[in-house]
Design a protein around this ligand. Sequence first.
Ligand code: FAD
Length: 465
Amino acid sequence: MQYNLAIIGSGPGGYVAAIRAAQLGQTVALIEKYSTLGGTCLNVGCIPSKSLLDSSEHFFNAQHTFAEHGIKTGTLEVDFTQMITRKNTVIKKINDGLHYLMKKNKITVYNGLGSFVDKNTIKITKADATEESITADNIIIATGSKPTVLPFIPIDKKRIITSTEALSLNEIPKNLIIIGAGVIGVELGSVFARIGAKITFVEFADSMIATMDKTMGKELQKAMKKDFSANFYLNHKVTKVENFGNEVLVTAESNGQTVELKGDYCLVCIGRKPFTDGLNLESLGIVLNKGQIPVDEKTLQTSIPNIYAIGDVIRGAMLAHKASEEGVLVAEIIAGQKPHINYNLIPNVIYTWPEVASVGQTEEQLKEKGINYKLGSFPFKALGRAIASGDEDGLVKVLADKITDEILGVHIIGARAADMISEAVSAMEFRASSEDIIRTSHAHPTYTEAFREACMATDNKAIHI
Ligand code: FAD
């Protein structure tokens, strides 16, 4: 079969590119090695983790905050099997939705491993080992990523696990040691801590969620200590992980001191790496750079002009919405349009409670670049809406240019930060100043008033503090 466009990988990069290209009149083939669509995001990433985060949060609230609201409950119990079943039902529902969208947009789905024969031909090897080849004028590689592993950490998928196994465990860990206090580690740690696990983080950096503004890490650590009595070994380098049947032993070092931590599970969340196995890129002369497929900054073309790459398999943040933006961009470029992505304004969100969300530059980055900035901060404990709901942890931090007042970065830790950050993204896309936000009416009482107050605080004129 001959197509205008073939896409390898059906994650949020690949399937979104497929739909946009079909909308623009292209004939499209989507190749996925698994039987389900949606990639990491739908099957072992964003969606299952958020499903378990929501379920565990209901339990935690019933246990810890209902009484304060005047709601009496009987004895509470977690039905973990049902939690996992519900998570699987959520995945299935969205997967069915994706199949419907493929049909609606007349996209042909091939299930099998895609491998390049030449720059226009892809061989598809199916689960039953049969093969089929298709050709396309243009091809998008959207093969995503997989968890990073280190040679001295033997992932046995039973007791020493990655995020993939953590999302389908048969029991709640009693004592979970998490290597890596980044986004995935803190989200999955929250899931298990809320339903009874004792959690311990071992992190090489000197703060948790180290790539975000430092204030966010400090506040999140405070919240996790308060809510879960979580243990933190920051600035610690893991040197050994061993499985002794029902017990794991993690050895780590800091400043010449060795610590040994015992648990029943060890969750390894030290990042993800691009996935290109089986693509046969060598035959095309595409040379990887640190595992990533090198692409043109603007067009996302590889060294072969009709082959593009998007999402986790190329440089940049490993985020579903970044992959989708790139999918749309490439589909539009192929159709002759001139789209562009502002990578500085791709928001970062962590779905802990309080949630963490940010966009633009961190205070540390501004300092490093020597940019003169002013800082406005507003705590949720001074906000009527937050006091009414009982979610008073956290703050909004706004960084604006000292001279022009343009907003350069917004960092929120608090209830509903994940949704609130959109206002900051839109404002910054239009290069708003903090004064623009101040002059915009914000409904009362809402969490978004904290963003406005933080903008006011950049000029020392916050009203409620
Ligand atoms: P993927 O989603 O990885 O999809 C790639 C697809 O390509 C896979 O289905 C794979 O099977 C297929 N494939 C690979 N090679 C071949 C081949 N040769 N032939 C055929 N098919 C192939 N991001 C967020 O933005 N928000 C979140 O809340 C969030 N939470 C996450 C939680 C966890 C636990 C994890 C692990 C990740 C999370 N992410 C989140 C990251 C997000 O999942 C990824 O950034 C996103 O899925 C990347 O999309 P992609 O399309 O590039 O690749």
